[in-house]
Design a protein around this ligand. Structure first.
Ligand SMILES: [Zn+2]
Length: 69
């Protein structure tokens, strides 16, 4: 089941086109492609813990903004 989900995800990314070079992001034809490809869930650069911390910080900022306004 996990394999199946991964396969579906990679197929979806095959259709992702780069705004800078109009090529496929998966081909990594330009620096923008490479950066975008690295940010895709299929090639995670951040550990899950870092994402949780980021989500917590964003929630905290929303709470603070609500108090200020
Ligand atoms: Zn590109």
């Amino acid at each position: 089941m996990v394999w199946h989900r991964t396969k579906e995800a990679s197929v979806a990314y095959d259709d992702l086109l780069c705004a800078a070079c109009s090529g496929r992001v998966v081909d990594g034809g330009c620096p923008t492609c490479l950066v975008t490809r690295q940010s895709l869930p299929s090639a995670p650069r951040l550990p899950a813990g870092a994402l949780l911390v980021l989500a917590a910080v964003l929630a905290l900022l929303l709470v603070l903004a609500d108090h200020v306004s």
